[in-house]
Design a protein around this ligand. Structure first.
Ligand code: SF4
Length: 307
């Protein structure tokens, strides 16, 4: 397989010889198959002010940059790499202030930690000044792509804005390094909880063992596996996509063998702005009135009489 050069952080460069990492960040000829969509989640349709996306009733996404520490070849916002039009903080704050049903802001990008702590502080301060915002999520690759960017000053700044959740993007156990563990511990020790989001990627992590190791190790570190995402149908992503059938069969093996604490939700986005759906392997064999026949985690059949 031929790989092309790409912009990589020093941290990713030092790991790029590992197969599970190389395939995520180095471009291949397969990307030039131009199937797929520029905007697979139809985010443009739900953009309310520059950079602010309001798709679900109680939460918004604020995209604050198009820059990342390294560029995932399967990124669903890869169209933004070249075409990001910036964001307007004041207009976004005005919009959120008027919409009292919004209780969560997800700060995303690009990677929000590509901004300086000072700029992030300004953004967080503006958001937290809105009374009905109860918590903030920051979607980031910082732990996997640039863990040394997590500094004491960064943590002290974030701690002012309880409650913040870090949504850490990680796809393979090879990405869990000593630096990853150290940086994760800095967040956790400061009371900033971390959840993970993983993209299911063909020939990278689409097997039981890789995902079992990833999710169990994250849980041991103190990171809750939250999402296993189907790879979005963005342009040039076809070679990364895994069928729903295979995804559910991996989920079934995981569900049967690892603690519920280690289990993420399997989810993917519907095209044309349909939003996220969460799928579980089907365990209902039959339902007659209040009598159910279920398949348990070992494949055994058990009857259950409902109320
Ligand atoms: S870190 Fe996130 S925004 Fe950046 S390239 Fe990867 S998936 Fe896209």
């Amino acid at each position: 397989m031929e790989y092309a050069k790409a912009f990589l952080s020093k941290h990713i460069s030092s790991l790029i010889h590992k197969d599970g990492i190389k395939k995520q960040f180095l471009a291949t000829i397969s990307e030039f198959k131009h199937t797929g969509l520029d905007d697979p989640l139809s985010e443009k349709e739900f953009t309310k002010t520059e950079g602010l996306i309001h798709r679900y009733p109680d939460r918004v996404v604020l995209t604050v940059t198009n820059r990342c520490f390294a560029y995932c070849r399967f990124c669903f916002r890869k169209n933004n790499w070249a075409n990001f039009e910036g964001f307007n903080l004041q207009e976004s704050i005005n919009y959120i202030s008027k919409h009292k049903e919004i209780r969560e802001v997800l700060i995303s990008g690009g990677d929000p930690f590509f901004l300086t702590d000072k700029r992030l502080d300004e953004i967080l301060n503006a958001i937290k000044s809105i009374q009905h915002i109860r918590f903030i999520r920051i979607g980031t690759r910082i732990l996997t792509a640039n863990p040394k960017r997590v500094r004491n000053d960064t943590i002290a700044m974030l701690k002012k804005y309880r409650t913040i959740w870090i949504a850490a993007h990680i796809n393979h156990p090879d990405e869990i390094t000593d630096e990853f563990r150290f940086a994760a511990r800095m967040f956790i020790d400061a009371g900033i909880a971390i959840v993970s989001q993983t993209v299911l990627l063909k020939n990278i992590n689409d097997n039981y063992n890789t995902l079992k190791n990833l999710f169990c190790e994250l849980t041991a570190i103190g990171i809750k596996p939250y999402y296993l995402f189907g790879c979005d149908f963005a342009k040039g992503n076809e070679h990364f996509r895994v069928s729903i059938e295979k995804a559910l069969s991996i989920m079934e093996s995981l569900r049967g063998n690892i603690s519920g604490l280690c289990m993420p939700n399997f989810s993917f986005d519907l095209p044309n702005g349909g939003g996220k759906i969460v799928l579980e392997p089907n365990r209902t064999i039959e339902k007659k009135g209040n009598r159910y026949l279920f398949k348990n985690f070992e494949g055994g059949e058990y009857e259950y009489i409902d109320v």
